[in-house]
Ligand binder design. Structure first.
Ligand code: HEC
Ligand code: HEC
Length: 316
């Protein structure tokens, strides 16, 4: 099971932001006349900023570096802080190890255990390392050191050489465990018409990890008991978006897709009580495994039921 909290690609987002700054439209020649300040960025200046590399290798400069060359360079320029085997020295980040630790209470996130794309490693080293002299490495040196860090993680063999053309083919072990971010703040839609009067709105929030006194069901009755003027986040659609869509929106792992009436017809015939039970207790059928509550064991039974009602309503 992909682990939600460990799977948000923070590093990728950070670089995405940098990249978009780097390629922001430059002033055109006539703009500086119009606004009376600034001067057009030269092609050279733009090239200096436009150094991001994408997972498919786009943006990589020509070059090549072997694990063997990287070993020497790494020892000289990186081992001091990151350790000869990437194990980390005096609190600097470890670059290797931590395999299978992502679900531990204290996961060890490294290039090998956590990172998604090799391009991020190339980009990070090129952009930011060594810590005290960023952008001091030649492109070939970056290829070589990147190759060596991959080798330290048992991802490539010692006789491997990394190039512009094969970098996108080197896949990191955790690549497939990144999933779309389903948290509500990334998905909620703004109300644009026929909205409630803000003065009458009280937000009662729901936090998946928070279990109120009286168990999870107490939270539900607490918010559902208040009718008028109260906007609660506990709706079937809301629970579905946050906890079920990651499989049921795209059919991940064989999950019947929301709105696919053919896939749902036979299931709905079983009766809603059976669907509730299968969603709450989990269910293994011919198509795959529906984990209990979709894997979100902190959900109240009543919340799961609301999501089932929503799915049924959308999939008739
Ligand atoms: C003086 C100490 C130092 C040296 C030398 C150094 N680094 Fe770093 N490195 C750091 C620090 C500090 C960070 C964390 C920076 C941050 O989080 O902003 C880091 C982060 C990294 C990361 C990201 C780790 C992660 O999981 O977030 C990589 C990859 C990396 N360094 C590679 C290298 C390579 C390759 C070299 C040699 C070319 C190198 N570093 C040299 C201190 C150093
Ligand atoms: C990790 C993926 C995953 C998540 C998350 C998930 N489901 Fe499922 N669900 C499945 C799969 C796979 C099946 C199909 C199992 C089969 O029939 O082989 C399924 C089937 C179902 C069924 C039909 C059961 C039946 O008897 O045919 C219901 C109802 C359902 N899910 C509800 C939910 C609800 C509600 C949520 C969110 C709280 C949810 N699921 C989250 C994977 C998931």
């Amino acid at each position: 099971m992909p682990n939600l909290h460990n799977s948000i690609p923070v590093v990728g987002i950070v670089f995405g932001v940098l990249a978009s700054i780097a390629v922001a439209p430059s002033l055109r020649a006539d703009d500086s006349d119009r606004y009376g300040y600034g001067s057009p960025a030269s092609a050279e200046q733009i090239a200096g900023w436009d150094i991001d590399v994408r997972p498919d290798g786009k943006g990589l400069p020509p070059g090549e570096g072997s694990v063997e060359d990287g070993e020497w360079l790494y020892e000289e320029k990186c081992a001091l802080c990151h350790g000869s085997f990437g194990e980390s020295v005096s609190g600097y980040p470890a670059l290797a190890g931590g395999d299978g630790s992502l679900t531990d209470p204290r996961p060890k996130k490294t290039v090998g255990s956590y990172w998604r794309y090799t391009s991020t490693l190339w980009d990070y080293i090129h952009r930011a390392m060594p810590f005290t002299q960023p952008e001091s490495l030649s492109d070939d040196e970056v290829y070589a050191i990147t190759a060596y860090v991959l080798y330290l993680n048992d991802i490539v063999d010692y006789d491997f050489a990394l190039t512009k053309d094969n970098l996108a083919d080197v896949h990191l072990p955790n690549e497939d465990n990144f999933i779309p971010d389903q948290r509500p703040d990334t998905r909620n839609k703004r109300c644009m018409k026929r909205c409630k009067d803000p003065a009458s709105v009280k937000v009662a929030s729901e936090a998946a990890a928070y279990v109120p006194e009286g168990g999870p069901d107490a939270l539900y009755s607490q918010v559902s008991g208040q009718e008028d003027g109260v906007v609660t986040t506990v709706t079937g659609g809301g629970v579905y978006e946050r906890h079920c869509a990651l499989c049921h929106a795209e059919g991940i792992g064989g999950a019947p897709m929301l709105g696919d009436s053919t896939a749902w017809a036979g299931r709905i015939e079983q009766g809603v009580e059976t669907l509730y039970r299968h969603a709450i207790e989990g269910y293994t059928g011919e198509d795959g495994i529906m984990p209990p509550k979709g894997g979100f064991v902190n959900l109240a039974d009543s919340e799961v039921n609301l999501a089932v009602d929503y799915i049924v309503e959308q999939s008739q």
